[in-house]
Design a protein around this ligand. Structure first.
Ligand SMILES: [Fe+2]
Ligand SMILES: [Fe+2]
Length: 245
């Protein structure tokens, strides 16, 4: 886990430059659906991760606990960036939304391993979502924000995969398959709800809902292979290979 702590410490100070002075512009056809969709993502990333931090501390591994601390701060930084963009686009922030309440409720009911599996549901979708947003705009400010978040989300997924791979190592083949099947079902249900809710922005970005569904499926397959197939190791998150804006 030391390598992940190094990664988060490096990532904390090596951020993409956001050229705020250029103004927070967005294509006219994206403005309305983007605001609606981003407000929901923003509220989902603004939590303090108290329970996750407590669980991480209980593992007795101070390096992992510190890495989780930095991970939570990165999510808060995403909320700050999206919040700043929304404010500059003239949109008020949401205080809460049923979708993030739902994830919080699911995570509350369990231990660290299941909490991480639940946490990974929106993280995997975010890898596809921020890619779509990034590719749909030509304006520097949202492009830089989405590129940074996308980069961080790739790191988050790989970080949690690494922990879960070790955590599930001792389980029998049958239990691993059962967990994987149940996790896939919950994930696909989450994708369906997300696509129904955020469909307007995906379509405005020129992304077909079917393609988005398939992309989310591919991310799941990679992630699940990283956790449950010992031979597959997800590449560590690239430190400086940010998407060019
Ligand atoms: Fe995030
Ligand atoms: Fe994340």
């Amino acid at each position: 886990m030391q390598e992940w702590l190094n990664y988060f410490e490096h990532n904390r100070v090596n951020r993409l430059f956001i050229p705020w002075e250029e103004g927070a512009n967005i294509e006219a056809h994206l403005r309305r659906p983007l605001i609606r969709s981003l407000r929901r993502f923003q509220v989902g990333e603004s939590g303090e991760g108290r329970k996750l931090r407590r669980h991480a501390a209980q593992t007795g591994d101070p390096v992992y606990a510190r890495a989780i601390e930095l991970f939570v701060r990165e999510e808060q930084e995403h909320a700050r960036l999206m919040g700043e963009l929304l404010r500059r686009l003239g949109a008020p922030l949401l205080r809460r939304h049923w979708s993030s309440d739902c994830f919080k409720w699911m995570r509350r009911a369990c231990g660290l391993r299941v909490e991480l599996l639940v946490l990974l549901l929106p993280e995997m979708i975010a890898k596809c979502y921020f890619r779509v947003l990034h590719d749909a705009t030509r304006y520097s400010v949202p492009r830089a924000i989405f590129a940074q978040i996308l980069h961080d989300e790739n790191g988050h997924v790989a970080f949690h995969v690494e922990y879960l791979r070790r955590a599930f190592e001792g389980l029998s083949f049958t239990r691993r398959i059962a967990i994987q099947v149940a996790w896939r079902l919950v994930y696909r249900a989450t994708c369906a709800v997300m696509i129904a809710d955020h469909g307007p922005v995906l379509r405005a970005c020129g992304m077909s809902l079917k393609r988005f569904w398939n992309d989310c499926g591919r991310v799941f397959d990679e992630t699940a292979a990283g956790i449950f197939s010992p031979a597959t190791v997800l590449a560590p998150a690239p430190i400086l290979q940010l998407v060019k804006s």
